[in-house]
Design a protein around this ligand. Structure first.
Ligand code: IPE
Ligand code: IPE
Ligand code: MG
Length: 255
């Protein structure tokens, strides 16, 4: 695998950053951010949106090719109804304001997850943002909305079973390539698997994000809560990633 290196900080003469091709972020800690300030949880989600904007632009500037952001999991439906309903509406105002920035920065937006379960107005906001940015050729911003890694694996299995039933595919042909072509990340091709997964807020788990695709991802955990996560934190995560020795089961990948 070719390494993409880029010097970010001109004062740092020694470390050439290795930029992950696909960066995935579990944006966690909005509720705790609000609680610390005696605000309601929804206030944390509102401020979290600003971090999404900043980090998207920063990642694009650093040369990330795919940025996957975990915005709503298949398990998040179990939260109180007022919070769920706020989170469901959030993309509407967010994309409306953010799409011009995406266009100005040549970012192409796409979404994964079961979007059919979202309110119709939210589905439309997502579809409009995808449509408005589809000609952009820079970074892909891949939003995970009502996404779950296990659901992803199950829907891939169902689609392969369907192909076997209709005779398009023989069961013995099912291999990694076929399976990956049935996952929600198929359109990302070689970039489907995140090189680096960042999780904010101190939790050290994947919470059902990109379960299949993260098999060989480097993991980075920070105590910073998502609304406070900024470009410097991103740089720190990428510095840590730069120093990792990715062996993929082999030996001496790192030069
Ligand atoms: C992440 O922040 C945003 C979503 C899961 C939608 P949380 O809402 O999980 O914040 P905490 O973990 O309660 O602090
Ligand atoms: C993961 O965060 C989901 C998103 C960031 C969208 P959660 O806050 O839902 O995860 P758990 O419940 O702490 O595992
Ligand atoms: Mg959380």
């Amino acid at each position: 695998m070719a390494l993409f290196t880029k010097k970010i900080d001109d004062t740092d003469q020694t470390l050439d950053l290795k930029i992950p091709h696909h960066l995935a972020i579990i944006m966690d800690g909005n509720g705790r951010w609000a609680k610390k300030r005696l605000l309601n949880r929804v206030a944390g989600h509102k401020v979290g949106v600003d971090a999404v904007k900043k980090i998207t632009i920063a990642a694009q500037a650093m040369g990330v090719e795919v940025l996957s952001l975990y915005a709503f999991s298949t398990e998040n439906w179990s939260r109180p109804q007022d919070e769920v309903s706020f989170l469901m509406k959030l993309p509407i105002s967010f994309f409306e304001r953010f799409v011009p920035d995406l266009i100005a920065n040549n970012v192409r937006m796409q979404a994964m997850g079961d979007l059919t379960a979202l309110p119709v107005a939210t589905q439309k906001a997502v579809a409009d943002a995808v449509q408005a940015t589809q000609k952009n050729t820079g970074m892909i911003l891949n939003f995970a909305l009502n996404y779950g890694g296990q659901a992803d694996i199950i829907q891939a299995t169902q689609s392969l079973v369907e192909q076997v039933k209709t005779g398009q595919l023989d069961a013995s042909q099912i291999d990694q390539e076929h399976f990956e072509a049935a996952l929600q990340t198929a359109s990302l091709g070689d970039l489907a698997n995140p090189d680096l997964v960042i999780r904010t807020s101190g939790e050290q788990r994947l919470s059902n994000f990109l379960t299949y695709q993260s098999a060989y991802s480097e993991l980075y955990f920070t105590d910073t809560l998502w609304p406070d996560f900024d470009q410097q934190d991103l740089q720190k995560a990428i510095e840590s990633y730069t120093k990792r020795d990715r062996r993929f089961g082999g030996l001496n990948v790192r030069k």
